[in-house]
Design a protein around this ligand. Sequence first.
Ligand SMILES: [Zn+2]
Length: 457
Amino acid sequence: MTAEVTIIRAPRLFGSEGTVHDHGASLWIEGDKITGVYGSEAPAVPENARVLDFPDGCILPGLIDSHTHLMYGTGERMSGPRSYDHVNDEDNDGLMLLRSVRNAYQHLLKAGVTSMRDLGARNRITFDLKDGASANLFKGFPTLHVCGRAVTITGGHFHFGHEEADGEAECRKSVRRLVKEGADFIKIMGSGGGTYITDNRRASFTVSELRAIADEAHRHGKPCTVHAIATESIANAVEAGIDCIEHYEFVEMNYDRKLDPAIADQMIANDIWLSPTIQTGYRNKESMLALREERPLTPAEQEVLVYAQWKQEGQLYVTGALYEMGARRFLMGTDAISRFGDYAVGLRLMAESGLPNEEVLYAATRNPAEAMGILDDVGTLETGKVADVTVVKGDPMSDIRAVENVQQVVKAGYVLPMDSLELFPEGDGAAQRPAVRKPPNPKVVRLPHHHPHPHPH
Ligand SMILES: [Zn+2]
């Protein structure tokens, strides 16, 4: 009895390392491994093989999201009753952990994301999530790389995650504590961000603090990545030897977005991974534009729209300009906080910024696999690698929007039942705690008429 072979056939296959087939392709899987990648000339199909045909499909390596926050997935974060701060106040770690499971499956089944790097949660939420996945509680669950908590200055961005550190000694201790708890890499909040009271035009950690974190992380064999919106924080990260930069929005003190060519040159020369999280402005822009169709925006909403448009314009410009300067180490990351499963939007925006479709696909597959240190297992379609596969409809090499249409996902050889997405509904993930029900007509019930006892005397 030989192992059962699963064969995926489609007209196109993107193998990442120059193995693009566009005249018919097939991918052979046995157990959890890829056992063959063929163009139009494949061997004869064995008798017991399970054959999956996708007549207009393209076979891609399982997609990778290098920037998630799995504990959220709570709808639009800037407005409405489920704002970011409200969620942090109202939702306990248990609810966030459960929601992380839903979010991961949504991202997997809807967008074909088979590996995720989570860039910050509260307390032990993502450590516990990873423990659960390792305990085989779920089938076909995505591969997770977690930082656990992001290291931040006292009162800094994401301080509610509970890993505040000040000074070099505390920074080193934070890294050691996170590694002890199971961090795969270290995430640093290098500037302010969306957290109330923080200022995204200002760097948070000093260069010497960043250097302490990077050095300590590297001593443990862990890479580190930094959230850096302010220009000053990007410069600090480059100087400190950080491996990867998130957002890199180049925001100045006067709120101009101005790509600094000297810093950009160093980012490229130092081979720093570049994770633009290019769709974060787009999400808010789209939701405000949709709202404006329904009713006039309030002044506060108008402000959100203007901010989102400015942010989005800057994100596309900076990533396009970096590509023109020679940058190639881009990573696709959604920064998914509000919604999971809209990964393909970011790929389209990367293409709009000026990256060729092939580079965009590298940013979604090979590059993040290399940045996460898992390229030996995933990131390309090659014999011997783990069978993480995403089949999309159409030809993403000619039109990147094809990635919006995921037809089949395979996780470590397991062919996921695609209709199981309906088990993980959309919604803001808020717990319903109904108040005690009151009767419609409450009334006062009086004691029977009172007959006073005669006095004994
Ligand atoms: Zn983030």
